[in-house]
Design a protein around this ligand. Sequence first.
Ligand code: NAP
Ligand code: GLV
Length: 332
Amino acid sequence: MRKRVVAVRRLHAEHLKQLERLFHVDYFPSLGEDNVEKYYDALAQAHGLIGGKLSVTPGLLDGAPNLEVVATISVGYDNFPVDEMSRRGILLCNTPDVLTETTADTGFALIMATARRVPELDRFVREGQWQTHVDEPQFGRDVHGKTLGMVGMGRIGAAVARRGALGFGMPILYSNASPKPALDAELGARHCSFEELLASADVVCVTVPLTDSTRHLIGSDAFRQMKRSAIFVNIARGPVVDEAAMIVALQEGEIAGAGLDVFEQEPLPSTSPLLALPQVVVLPHIGSATHETRAAMAQLAVDNLAMALQGELPPCAVNPGAASFIPAQEKM
Ligand code: NAP
Ligand code: GLV
């Protein structure tokens, strides 16, 4: 009997076909009140679940007793109860690497847009305010040659740092769980304390995952330690930053500006005080959102799911020891 897969949110036809060649697929291009009952009915029989922005809770897992693998179309997996999934023998797979360069591009776009006030000055032109030559009220801040402080120097952090060091001549400081000697050698980067980074960086860019130890890592104390001229960029997860504290820091001029792709509440409510601050650049969580990269992420997630359901351990397993359905010798 074919294994059953539930696929959630928009997948390209070629990815669906690849799944349908191997499995029985229940496809939900969108989820809402009108089809949620059908979704739960499908999960009750499913061996695999694939999609982006999945909401997986212990309650949902209770209703999916046959589930063997969940393939998220994302690298971050802070929204999954990983320990609970492992306890139940359910494998979780993510999509690292294929989105690294695109997400770093987004990070650098935010650095540039915030420092040079690109959206604000675009509005200035569109609104007919460009009546004479621009002067100090419209000036921005240099990016080239300034110190870039990376909070998190993993795959994406390193890719942002590489852009800064090699493209913009920026000295790189980073605070990270472990030092990265290869990056020190490649980029002249320097591992330092969180405090030194906050006090010394002209641009502070956050790329750590959201975990218990990084939730609200950047709060009022951290903003107070940053330079008043600092540009702050978050492309990681909203809750790594205490958003209320960031708003106060921006309102009080403790930092010069912020470029944000992620927020504590997404979508960002239209009442957010951030939207009233011209020195803030906001994006709708589009770090990896290009045609090429989203297709590559979906392909990797399909491959992860297909491998696991066919009894092989995929390379992108978050909890490889959990896969009770995969022969023990293949586990890491
Ligand atoms: P990664 O390669 O695992 O890098 C994470 C880095 O953070 C690692 O170097 C890790 O240190 C470090 N780290 C973890 N906990 C830390 C702590 N408590 N203090 C200091 N450093 C810590 O992950 P990635 O692929 O770069 O992705 C990073 C995050 O970016 C994802 O988890 C996701 O939340 C976010 N993201 C956002 C978007 C977007 O659309 N905006 C897109 C993709 C990813 P070690 O190297 O020592 O382990
Ligand atoms: C996007 O935010 C991801 O984690 O892939």
